[in-house]
Design a protein around this ligand. Structure first.
Ligand code: UDX
Ligand code: UDX
Length: 464
């Protein structure tokens, strides 16, 4: 099968950038990204490409190149499904907030809605690709819906998980470590796999395109995220021990990272990992393991989350303890709100939980993040439902510069590792703050020696 038209359902952090890069690299394929959220589609179509809804370095220029040529954003889901040879499902799969598997299992209601819509609309054979991260054996459910409710057309289901990390999405999409495609072992399944391989082969070496069965592909995605998150919880566990023993976690990370079997990536101690994937995917893994009665496996992976929650709590506790056991009515400046640098995404950001804990202690938080708006900060806090939205408004504000956020503050807390924080005039910041002036570097990005020379009391993660 020769792919001429692609439809992607879900114009989010995964669907938007992925389809943009496919469109750029495959000018002979028409790519339409659809979403139920009309506002989001409007933003993707904004005349000024800097207003697209997702900030990723390098993304807007590729959108400018491909949009209107072979890349389209639309709310007409049915038309796009009808016309496409291949349909990517890239809708969100949040953790369930109700019923069986509450707070653990993935909520598949959007996936099921997509499957039903595809079944209703499709009048010709289609390849349906799971792009969203899903529990193992979801493809089976999608197939069952398509086969039983469809118009008698043939569907092939492929699993093609996305490994891009936010902040480096474009780079990761252009130069992936690997592309993973899972499909049926049947001749039709193999044909569908070959069709998708041919799309990626427009810019990815064939030897980096792995093909597996559907279940291996689905489970590989969860496993990759679990291993990555586990490394962070492992180094964060060591950071606490470092603080007790006088070891320096940055030195420990460097020393172990030089062992080629361990490797030096993903060993940065931090206030805790955030993002839409790690916690959700591990909880999902834990749920699946439990549902098969594999309690030791479930407990093993759950510990990664427990450690991460502990790390976030430990950070806020440390701020309170260091500020003489009270932060009531003290201004604390937050540098960074996004879950990592170079993104405007705040989902599960450690900053939200640290702010919540400090507001419980009646602190006043002043946030500066180069890419996150005040309304986002507030809605993130409101989402926790710890207090009323008016109370949150009173406790937290967002400023348009770090200098104004830090003015008169008792402490600065670095929550996101934005590069620009390293370039600030820290002497000027010091002079504008209450004394003693404290810095809680939740990302270990600032220079302790320089800051101490200026007069700050510096507290990093895993360093004395
Ligand atoms: C999401 C999941 O978080 C991730 O696990 C999965 O791998 C891919 O989907 P992301 O793109 O970051 O990743 O989510 P989000 O930015 O929320 O985008 C999903 C989009 O799907 C939203 O714009 C939403 O409006 C849209 N959507 C959702 C639909 O168009 N139809 C639906 O039925 C449900
Ligand atoms: C992750 C995976 O990396 C990606 O392959 C998958 O497709 C989606 O989930 P993402 O969540 O976008 O990507 O970002 P990532 O770079 O993995 O960072 C996740 C969190 O871990 C961030 O909060 C980050 O700050 C934190 N982190 C990362 C650390 O605390 N220490 C590290 O050494 C690395």
């Amino acid at each position: 099968m020769n792919i001429k038209k692609i439809c992607c359902i879900g114009a989010g952090y995964v669907g938007g950038p992925t389809m943009t890069v496919i469109a750029q690299k495959c000018p002979h394929i028409e790519v339409t990204v659809v979403d139920l959220n009309a506002e989001r589609i409007l933003a993707w179509n904004d005349e000024n490409v800097e207003n697209i809804p997702i900030y990723e370095p390098g993304l807007s220029s590729i959108v400018a190149e491909a949009r209107g040529r072979n890349l389209f954003f639309s709310t007409d889901v049915e038309k796009a499904i009808d016309e496409a040879d291949i349909i990517f499902i890239s809708v969100n799969t949040p953790t369930k907030t109700y019923g069986k598997g509450k707070n653990m299992a993935a909520d598949l209601k959007y996936i099921e809605l997509c499957a039903r819509q595809i079944a209703k609309v499709a009048k010709s054979d289609k390849i349906v690709v799971e792009k969203s991260t899903l529990p193992v054996r979801t493809a089976e459910a999608i197939k069952s819906i398509l086969d039983h409710t469809g118009n008698g057309v043939q569907f092939q289901i492929l699993s093609n998980p996305e490994f891009l990390a936010e902040g480096t999405a474009v780079e990761d999409l252009l130069h992936p470590d690997r592309i993973l495609i899972g499909g049926d072992r049947t001749p039709e399944g193999q044909e569908a796999i070959a069709a998708l391989v041919a799309v990626y082969a427009n810019w990815v070496d064939r030897d980096k395109i792995l093909t597996t069965n559907v279940w291996s592909s689905e489970l590989s995605k969860l496993t990759a995220n679990a291993f990555l998150a586990q490394r962070i919880s492992s180094i964060n566990a060591m950071s606490e021990l470092c603080e007790k023993t006088g070891a320096d976690v940055n030195e420990v990370a460097r020393a172990i990272g030089m062992d080629s079997r361990i490797g030096n990536k993903f060993l940065k101690a931090s206030v805790g990992f955030g993002g839409s994937c790690f916690q959700k995917d591990i909880l999902n893994l834990v749920y699946i393991a439990k549902s098969y009665g594999l309690h030791e496996v479930a407990d093993y992976w759950e510990q990664v989350i427990i450690m991460n929650d502990h790390q976030k709590r430990r950070f806020s506790n440390k701020i309170v303890q260091t500020l003489y056991n009270t932060v009531a009515d003290k201004k604390i400046a937050f540098l960074g709100w996004a879950f990592k640098k170079d993104t405007n995404d705040t989902r599960e950001s450690a900053a939200i939980y640290v702010a919540d804990a400090l507001i419980n202690e009646q602190a006043k938080i002043a946030v500066f993040d180069p890419k996150v708006s005040e309304s986002k900060v507030l809605s993130d806090l409101n989402y926790l439902q710890s207090r009323s939205s008016d109370e949150n408004k009173d406790a937290i504000s967002s400023l348009d510069s770090a200098y104004s956020a830090c003015k008169n503050a008792h402490a600065v807390a670095v929550l996101t590792e934005w590069d620009e924080f390293k370039e600030y005039d820290w002497t000027k910041i010091y002079e504008s703050m209450q004394k003693p002036a404290f810095i809680f570097d939740g990302r270990n990005i600032l220079d302790k020696q320089i800051l101490e020379k200026i007069g700050f009391v510096y507290c990093g993660i895993g360093v004395l």
